[in-house]
Design a protein around this ligand. Structure first.
Ligand SMILES: [Zn+2]
Ligand SMILES: [Zn+2]
Length: 181
C-alpha cells in the first residue's frame, strides 16, 4: 500500500493550534475479509489536526466510489462510501494517555513528525463497507442449479433448500472483480 505521509508542521505544536489538510489518495483495492473493493477514482480526504496540549487529535472524512461483486448474483456494482477518520497521537512518548482510552486507541507521534494517513483512510472505510455486499437488498441471486441470474430471468429448476452457491463460497466474489480499466 502506497503511503500518504502527512507531515505535522511546527505550527501545530502550540497548544490549541489547528490545521486543515485535504487531498486525494489512489487506493485501488480495499480488502475487507473475503471481499475486495476497487476504487476507479482516487479517494478524497479532508482532515483536521488539533493540538490538545499533550496530543494531536486527527479527525475528518474520506470518500470514494467503491466497486465490488454482489455476494448473491456475482454482478459488479458500485456505491459511494464515506468513512470517519479518527486518530490520537501523544506528542511525547512519556505523556500520559487519557484515562478513558485503551492502548490501541492512540499512538505516539513518530520522531519524524510524520503520520501515514493511508492507514487511517483504510481503517475508516473498513468500518463502512457492508459485511455481505449485495447489489440490492432484494437481490434474487443466481439459480444454484442452472446458474441464471434470477434478477434478470427465471428458470424452471426445482427450488432447492440449499443456499445459493455464491453465498457459501467467499472466493466467488473474486470472479468478476474489475481490477482495473
Ligand atoms: Zn446481486
Ligand atoms: Zn435454474
Amino acid at each position: 500500500m502506497e503511503k500518504l505521509e502527512l507531515h505535522i508542521p511546527q505550527s501545530l505544536f502550540s497548544p490549541a493550534a489547528y490545521e486543515h489538510f485535504e487531498g486525494e489518495y489512489p487506493l485501488e483495492i480495499l480488502k475487507a475479509g473475503p471481499d475486495l473493493y476497487s476504487f476507479a477514482q482516487p479517494l478524497t480526504y479532508s482532515v483536521d489536526v488539533s493540538n490538545t496540549g499533550d496530543a494531536l487529535l486527527l479527525t475528518g472524512t474520506v470518500e470514494g466510489e467503491a466497486t465490488t461483486s454482489c455476494a448473491r448474483c456475482l454482478e459488479p456494482f458500485s456505491f459511494p462510501v464515506t468513512g470517519e477518520i479518527e486518530g490520537y497521537f501523544l506528542i511525547h512518548e512519556d505523556d500520559e494517555a487519557p484515562e478513558d482510552m485503551e492502548e490501541e486507541e492512540f499512538e505516539v507521534l513518530p520522531a519524524n513528525n510524520t503520520i501515514d494517513l493511508a492507514t487511517y483512510l483504510q481503517a475508516a472505510l473498513l468500518l463502512e463497507v457492508p459485511l455481505v455486499p449485495l447489489c440490492k437488498d432484494e437481490c434474487a441471486g443466481i439459480c444454484p442449479t442452472c446458474g441464471v441470474n434470477l434478477n434478470e430471468e427465471s428458470c424452471s429448476c426445482e427450488p432447492q433448500n440449499e443456499h445459493p452457491v455464491a453465498a457459501n463460497n467467499p472466493f466467488a466474489v473474486l470472479k468478476d472483480l474489475p481490477l482495473s480499466d
